[in-house]
Structures are given as structure tokens and as C-alpha cells.
Ligand binder design. Structure first.
Ligand code: NAD
Ligand code: AHE
Ligand code: ZN
Length: 376
């Protein structure tokens, strides 16, 4: 069949909207009509050329929601008409990682996914002249139709709006999951969130749900103060507007008469900047501070700190997709949204057509959007 897609033809170039060929689903695969997709900073990271796994041409997009059109042979858990969210972290429930119950990082198809291919090592997408186009993160939601392995689809309820719950395909789950699954934040905690974008605001929302007392947001953009406050941020810091280091500033803010050491119980990097990651670790409390890396950093970037920071009890952790097991957890998060337990609508600041998808990237660069969503 043919479908419309925004194709990343080369690093650093705008996406090109075109008709592409899409082969039907093979064994264990499912053809999905994408109804809506968010634009995440990770799409921009790969499009920019900073992603060591970036491949071109490719159909990017990994934050979608849609409807099953056709199931390939061997598919048993989905049928045409089911509403689904594609998962860049699949859940096969059979690989050593899934069976370990220690991680959400299913390894069953990670190698071919990283090569921009379906599990059999081939692509379903091609240009009209026959040139193969890579899949992206196993999802390729910047196409009106896509093929996704069955194990990488979460079946969701039929009454959830696609243009909102698509955000659960990455940003919402990553932010809230980082708090609940990875950091396991407890009631009364003091936490710091670096970067108040589409992920950071969901970390704030998660911290509020978890019952944190002090939620400090850090961003270079003062417009983000009001955004953070809408979701539960109690204090805002713009590192450009303080005296001295952001680490010392946060340590001072978290001191109490009874605790003159100071430091946050938890911190979260939602910027992808390795200097920020260091600050995020070093502003946590001696003895027990936990810092969670969420941001993804360019090829060649490395994090550093004095080992003393770890010797004295701080822990560095990382999280992908908020530690969520997609097929199990995503339908529950959709229920939380439908039951009013979490907010999504206010964070979707812009709705665009596929033709205008490059405007979504412009809005992100200008710091004007939280999430831009393409509706097909
Ligand atoms: P975004 O562009 O919406 O937000 C980034 C925010 O960080 C902006 O508000 C920006 O002003 C702020 N910022 C930039 N540099 C800063 C600095 N030095 N100090 C303080 N604030 C700074 O991006 P997003 O969609 O929220 O994504 C954030 C990061 O998370 C990206 O690196 C993205 O690739 C990554 N991400 C990771 C996962 C995961 O599973 N680990 C999932 C989704 C996104
Ligand atoms: N290809 C990049 C890695 C990017 C990365 O870490 N991706 C996250 C999801 S970001 C979603 O917006 C992830 O899931 N990582 C786990 C994995 O298996 O990729 C690079 O740096 O090579
Ligand atoms: Zn993402």
C-alpha cells in the first residue's frame, strides 16, 4: 500500500512530506493507522545528527496512538479495530530481561530496532523509487500507517482521545515513571527537576502524585516558571539569575535548622546536557541522594563527577521510558488520564497537520511548545 509520511532524508534537514510504500505486516507484525503523534525532543536529537544510532532516510516519531488495521500471521493478542499505542520499549514477556523483573528494557528485538529494521532484518517502508527507508525506534509514527511488532503495541481502551493519549507513548510515561518506578519517591521528599519541557513537567506531575513536599524546577527559560507551578512545582531557579553555582544554591534552599548539610533527596535531568547531569547529582543529599538521568546526550558526550560524590552515598541512576513495562503499564496510565488522576491536555500546546510537522520542531527550538501533536 501507499501512505503519507514525513521522511527524515538527511541529518539536519527538514522532514519531507511524501507518499511512501508500506509492505503489509509479516509474522508477528501489525499494520497500524496512526491517528496522532507527539514530537519529542528525542526525534529532534536524531534528526539533528547527534544520535550515534541515527540512520537516514528514516521515518521518525515514537509517541503515537492509532488503530489496528491488519494483523500478520502469528498475532494472537490484537485484532483489527483495536486501539493501540506503539512502544519503543517492547514487552515480550519471554526474554531474560523481561523475565528478570528487574528492568523494563526488553531485549528481544533491540538489535534490529537499532538498525532501523523489523525483527526479520528488513524494512517495510520504501520510497516510491524503491529506496528502502529505515524504521525508527520500532515505531515510525510520523507516517499515517506503520508496521509494528505485536510485542511493541499496548492495547488501550476505545474511548481515549488519540490526540491526547499519544503523549503516553513517551513523555507522560517517561516523566511519571521516572518518579514512581525508577526513583521510587516517597511522601514528603525534596526533589529537583532540571529542564521543564515535555518530560520535566511530567516529572513534576509525578512528584506531586508521589506526595513530594518540595519540588524545585530549574530552567534557563523564565516562561517555564508558570508552567512548572501549574503541575505542582513549589520553587523555581533560573541558573542565569542566581549568584554562585546552582548546586550550592539548591543545597542552601534545602537546608533546614535540623539539617545543615542540605541537598535534595531526588533530582532528575530532563535536559540531555551532561554538565546539568553533574549538577543534578551533586545537588543531592550526602548519604542518600538519588539522581536520575532521563535526558539523552549527543554522540561522544560523557558524564563526570568526583568519585567522592558517590563514595559519600549519592547514587546516579538512569531510566528509559520511565521504567514502564509498556503492554502492562500503558493501558493503566491511559486509565489514570481518563479518570482525571493525571493531566495531559494543558501540555499539548500545539496541534498540527502532517504537512506542518516542521513547525513543531521550530516551536521546540524556540522554547514555545511543551508538546506539539500531529493529528492525521
Ligand atoms: P524539551 O525541549 O521539551 O525540554 C527541555 C527543557 O530543558 C527546556 O525547557 C529547556 O529550556 C531546558 N533546558 C535546556 N538546557 C538547560 C539547562 N542547561 N539548564 C536548565 N534547563 C535547560 O525536551 P523534552 O521532550 O522534555 O526532552 C528532554 C530530554 O529527555 C531530551 O534529552 C530527550 O531526548 C530526553 N528523553 C528521554 C527519555 C527517556 O526514556 N530517557 C524519554 C523522552 C525524552
Ligand atoms: N540512540 C541513542 C539512545 C537514545 C535513548 O537513550 N533513547 C531512550 C528513549 S528516548 C525517548 O524519547 C531509550 O529508550 N533508551 C534505551 C534503548 O534501548 O535505546 C544513543 O545515544 O545511542
Ligand atoms: Zn520521546
Amino acid at each position: 500500500m501507499r501512505t503519507r509520511a514525513a521522511v527524515a532524508v538527511a541529518a539536519g534537514k527538514p522532514l519531507e512530506i511524501m507518499e511512501v510504500n508500506l509492505e503489509g505486516p509479516k509474522f508477528g507484525e501489525v499494520l497500524v493507522e496512526i491517528k496522532a503523534t507527539g514530537i519529542c525532543h528525542t526525534d529532534e536529537f536524531t534528526l539533528s545528527g547527534a544520535d550515534p544510532e541515527g540512520l537516514f532516510p528514516a521515518i521518525l516519531g515514537h509517541e503515537g496512538a492509532g488503530v489496528v488495521v491488519e494483523c500478520g500471521p502469528g498475532v494472537t493478542t490484537l485484532k483489527p479495530g483495536d486501539h493501540v499505542i506503539p512502544l519503543y520499549t517492547p514487552e515480550c514477556r519471554e526474554c531474560p530481561s523481561c523475565l528478570s523483573q528487574k528492568t523494563n528494557l526488553c531485549t528481544s528485538i533491540r538489535a534490529t530496532q537499532g538498525q532501523g529494521m523489523m525483527p526479520d532484518g528488513t524494512s517495510r517502508f520504501s520510497m516510491l523509487d524503491g529506496t528502502p527507508i529505515h524504521h525508527y525506534m520500532g515505531c515510525s509514527t510520523f507516517a499515517q500507517h506503520t508496521v509494528v511488532p505485536e510485542i511493541a503495541l499496548a492495547k488501550i481502551r476505545d474511548d481515549a482521545p488519540f490526540d491526547k493519549v499519544c503523549y503516553i507513548g513517551c513523555g507522560v510515561t517517561t516523566g511519571i515513571g521516572a518518579v514512581i518506578n525508577t526513583a521510587k519517591v516517597e511522601i514528603g521528599a525534596k526533589a529537583v527537576v532540571f529542564g521543564l519541557g515535555g518530560i520535566g513537567l511530567n516529572v513534576i506531575q509525578g512528584l506531586k502524585l508521589a506526595g513530594a513536599d518540595m519540588i524545585i524546577g530549574v530552567d534557563l527559560n523564565n516562561d517555564k516558571k508558570e508552567w512548572g507551578e501549574r503541575f505542582g512545582m513549589t520553587h523555581f531557579v533560573n541558573p542565569k539569575e542566581i549568584e554562585g553555582s546552582v548546586v550550592q544554591h539548591i543545597v542552601n534552599m534545602t537546608k533546614t535548622p535540623a539539617d545543615q548539610i542540605g541537598g535534595a533527596d531526588y533530582s532528575f535531568d530532563c535536559t540531555g546536557n551532561v554538565k546539568v547531569m553533574r549538577d543534578a547529582l551533586e545537588c543531592t543529599h550526602r548519604g542518600w541522594g538519588v539522581s536520575v538521568v532521563i535526558g539523552v546526550a549527543p554522540a561522544g558526550a560523557e558524564i563526570s563527577t568526583r568519585p567522592f560524590q558517590l563514595v559519600t552515598g549519592r547514587q546516579w541512576k538512569g531510566t528509559a521510558f520511565g521504567g514502564a513495562r509498556g503492554r502492562t503499564d500503558v493501558p493503566k496510565i491511559v486509565d489514570w488520564y481518563m479518570d482525571g488522576k493525571i493531566q495531559i491536555d494543558p501540555m499539548i500546546t500545539h496541534t498540527l497537520s502532517l504537512e506542518d510537522i516542521n513547525k513543531g520542531f521550530d516551536l521546540m527550538h524556540e522554547g514555545k511548545s511543551i508538546r506539539a501533536v500531529v493529528v492525521y
